[in-house]
Design a protein around this ligand. Structure first.
Ligand SMILES: CC(C)(COP(=O)(O)OP(=O)(O)OC[C@H]1O[C@@H](n2cnc3c(N)ncnc32)[C@H](O)[C@@H]1OP(=O)(O)O)[C@@H](O)C(=O)NCCC(=O)NCCS
Length: 175
C-alpha cells in the first residue's frame, strides 16, 4: 500500500472531493465497462455521492475515502448506507480502489474502516452488498476474503448497455 493512508469522509459540497473521486473512477475504466458497458462518464463522481435508494435520507449515506497523506490522492472509496434495507444492516453501495493501487491492501484497509464504522454506529449487526454478475470474477474473491457469502437473493440489474443480475452477499458485522 502507498505510505501513510488516512481516512477522511468525502462531501458533495467540496469540489476537491468530487474531483478526487472522479479521478479515482476514471482510473478504473475496466470496472465502469463491466457494470455499464461504457467508459467512466464526467458525472460519475457526483452521481455516486448522490445516489440513494427511495426513501433513505442523504444523512444515512457515508462516503469514506482512504487518502495518501503525502500526495493527497484518493486511493480508495467506499459508500455505506446505514440502516438499509433493514435497521440492523449497513449496505456497502460501492467499494473501489484506484487502478494504480490495486492488490496492495487498500481494499481490505477500506473494508476495515467500514467495519469500524458499523461497530461505532451500535445498532448494526450485518454488512450487505450486491455483486453484479458481469463483475463477479473481480469482486467475488475480494468479498470472500473479507468474510462475505452469497445469501441466495438475486435481483435484476440494468445500467447503460448492461443487462445482468445482482447477487446479494452478507456477513456478520462482528468478525
Ligand atoms: C475488488 C477491489 C476493491 C479489491 O481491492 P484491492 O485493494 O485490490 O484488494 P486488496 O489488495 O486489499 O486485497 C484484499 C484481499 O482480497 C484478495 N483479492 C482481491 N482481489 C482478488 C482477486 N481478483 N482474486 C483473488 N483474490 C483477490 C486479496 O488476495 C486479498 O486477500 P488477503 O488479504 O487474504 O491476501 C479492487 O480490485 C477494485 O477496486 N475493483 C474494481 C471495483 C470493484 O469491482 N469493486 C467491487 C464492487 S462489488
Amino acid at each position: 500500500m502507498a505510505s501513510a493512508p488516512v481516512v477522511r469522509r468525502l462531501h458533495l459540497a467540496d469540489a476537491r472531493d468530487i474531483a478526487a473521486l472522479q479521478a479515482l473512477l476514471e482510473s478504473a475504466p475496466d470496472y465502469a465497462r463491466r457494470i455499464t458497458g461504457k467508459d467512466p462518464q464526467p458525472s460519475d463522481a457526483r452521481e455516486v455521492l448522490t445516489a440513494l435508494p427511495p426513501g433513505l435520507e442523504i444523512g444515512r449515506k457515508l462516503a469514506i475515502g482512504l487518502w495518501c497523506e503525502r500526495t493527497e490522492a484518493l486511493l480508495g472509496f467506499a459508500d455505506v448506507l446505514r440502516g438499509w434495507p433493514r435497521p440492523a444492516v449497513a449496505h456497502i453501495g460501492l467499494l473501489v480502489v484506484h487502478g494504480a493501487h490495486r492488490g496492495t491492501g487498500v481494499g481490505r484497509a477500506l473494508h476495515d474502516v467500514v467495519v469500524e464504522q458499523g461497530l461505532a454506529w451500535g445498532e448494526i449487526d450485518t454488512l450487505r452488498l450486491g455483486i453484479v454478475a458481469t463483475n463477479a470474477t473481480v469482486a467475488e474473491p475480494f468479498w470472500r476474503s473479507c468474510g462475505y457469502a452469497p445469501t441466495g437473493e438475486v435481483k435484476p440489474y440494468a445500467a447503460g448497455t448492461v443487462t445482468s443480475s445482482t447477487a446479494i452477499w452478507e456477513r456478520s458485522l462482528a468478525p
